[in-house]
Ligand binder design. Structure first.
Ligand SMILES: [Zn+2]
Length: 504
């Protein structure tokens, strides 16, 4: 590489490192706010977050960064870059263009609106007052539409939003994927509901002490290969994982005394996110590639550990005795009863409480509604009725009020349109990865049955984790499984699992 290009590259790398440092600092501040920061300091803390975020935005949209990018993209210079630097340039360019297209004043107005709208949503949900929230939602939709115009419409307007969370994903693709999923899951759910073999769940309705739950959660994290030298487990109202750098990936959970597995599955889920971030190759540290490649792929890792492994029969064959030991006299049932009792399927109103199967229908409903908003011109006033109709159609139940219906999720209030599909994509990617793993890893389920989970973590690290954002989601799926994303893997996985549990 020429000396001039070398200098440009090192200036570019320094700028990226600076952006990453802001991200890390902000990550610590957010983590602290959500895990027990003193209440009296919160307002001042919020101001500090505002100032640091504005500074970070300035660096990431600076003309200097634009010039460095242009220089590195020039013919001759680009060819000399390593694979990592090329990807870093492409990724930074994409983010840079997105950010500079929004006038700072418009962005500032939007940030204020989004925060007001989120507060209003919280109030509206509590008081079942959709009418009070509706004008805010209309404004958030209108700003989002302005952003779509500024960013440039792709095949459809909604495609622009999808691409933010799942790079390259389109409405055309998702219509096919979700259509296939819906057409097969709706009859499967009906067959399950009609089965005379409904699992017994009565033994789950007891009080389970928090200290033993915590101890068991820590034990399972250790079994998964979560590195406690590079992380920690805390408590928060909503469980989350935050990857500050590969040497510091923290997770939280929430203990419920009336539910023996809620904190555990929450911990395994966040632990799955954390394993991904802890095992990214060191060459990507201090770059913006040092994170998951998309929300969908990230969710595939949390859901793989939580559902495919954590809710499997072999897992409980190994670990149910360990759980019983921690709650003496309380779980006097067989492994089969425990396994089936923790894998019931039941159409319900609330997404975050849904089972592995109907969860996807909750997502398809939201996807179809977001499409109606951005491609079909639906207004905030249309949403409650649309919501209720779709729940009736796909799940056979309608919410008794908006608090348990259209108001249940925070996402739309803060403008996170296009995010919901990630959850179901995560389920589909997870099932497809699991299929490859079963074939490549000799006796995968007997490893789980023995509690030998490290070969599974190592396989994921080698094939998925280490690449961070170096491969796009579609490149990654193709490289790992030899095929593009195919929803049939999830349908087959769910069919097999519930045919056994419900004796269909
Ligand atoms: Zn997650």
């Amino acid at each position: 590489m020429s000396e001039a290009n070398g200098t440009v590259l090192s200036q570019f790398r320094d700028t990226v490192h600076k952006i990453k440092s802001y991200e890390e600092a902000l990550g610590v501040l957010y983590w602290d706010l959500r895990t027990g920061a003193p209440r009296n300091g919160m307002d001042t803390r919020s101001e500090s977050i505002g100032i640091l975020s504005a500074d970070m935005f300035k660096v990431s949209t600076s003309p200097e960064l634009g010039e460095l990018l242009s220089a590195l993209e020039e013919k001759g210079a680009y060819e000399e870059l390593s694979e990592i630097d090329r990807r870093l340039v492409t990724e930074t360019r994409k983010e840079y263009d997105r950010s500079v297209k929004i006038p700072p004043k418009l962005y500032q107005e939007y940030v204020v609106l989004a925060s007001q709208s989120e507060n209003k949503w919280e109030e509206a949900k509590e008081n079942n007052d959709y009418a009070g929230f509706q004008p805010y939602l209309d404004k958030v939709i209108s700003y989002t539409n302005q952003f779509i115009d500024l960013w440039g419409v792709k095949e459809t307007r909604y495609d622009v939003l999808l691409d933010q969370y799942e790079p390259g994903m389109t409405v055309t693709q998702l219509d096919g994927i979700f259509g296939g999923l819906r057409d097969q899951l709706v009859p499967l759910a009906a067959a399950i509901a009609a089965s005379p073999h409904q699992p017994d769940t009565s033994f789950l309705r007891q009080t389970f002490g928090k200290p033993a739950q915590k101890e068991f959660s820590l034990f399972i994290l250790q079994q998964m290969g979560y590195n406690f030298e590079a992380g920690r487990l805390d408590e928060s109202a909503h469980p989350f994982a935050t990857g500050l750098n590969p040497g510091d990936v923290r997770i939280t959970t929430r203990y419920l005394e009336n539910d023996v597995t809620s904190a555990l599955f929450g911990t395994i889920h966040e632990g799955g996110h954390a394993l991904y971030e802890q095992n990214i190759m060191p060459e990507l540290t201090n770059t913006t590639l040092c994170t998951g490649t998309s929300m969908g792929i990230h969710e595939s890792q949390s859901r793989f550990w939580e559902n495919v492994i954590g809710r499997s029969r072999p897992f409980w064959e190994r670990y149910f005795g360990e759980l019983q030991k921690r709650f003496p006299g309380q779980l006097d049932v067989s492994v089969d009863q425990f396994y089936r009792g923790n894998n019931t399927v039941q159409p319900s109103l609330i997404r975050i409480e849904a089972d592995e199967l109907t969860y996807n229908l909750h997502i398809i409903i939201r996807y179809e509604m977001e499409k109606l908003i951005f491609n079909g011109g639906a207004k905030a006033s249309d949403l409650p009725a649309l919501w209720n109709d779709k729940y009736k159609e796909y799940l056979g139940i309608a919410p008794p009020n908006d608090a348990e219906g259209v108001l249940q999720d925070v996402h739309w209030s803060g403008g996170a349109f296009g995010y919901f599909p990630s959850y179901s994509l995560g389920n589909m990617y997870a099932a497809q990865f699991a299929d490859t793993m079963e074939r490549e890893l000799n006796g995968m389920w007997s490893l789980v049955g023995k509690g030998d989970l490290h070969p599974i973590k190592d396989w994921l690290a080698e094939r998925i984790y280490k690449y961070g954002k170096l491969r796009t989601p579609s490149e990654l799926v193709l490289a790992v499984t030899g095929k593009p994303l195919d929803p049939q893997y999830l349908v087959d996985y769910l069919t097999k699992k519930y045919t056994d549990i419900y004796k269909l």
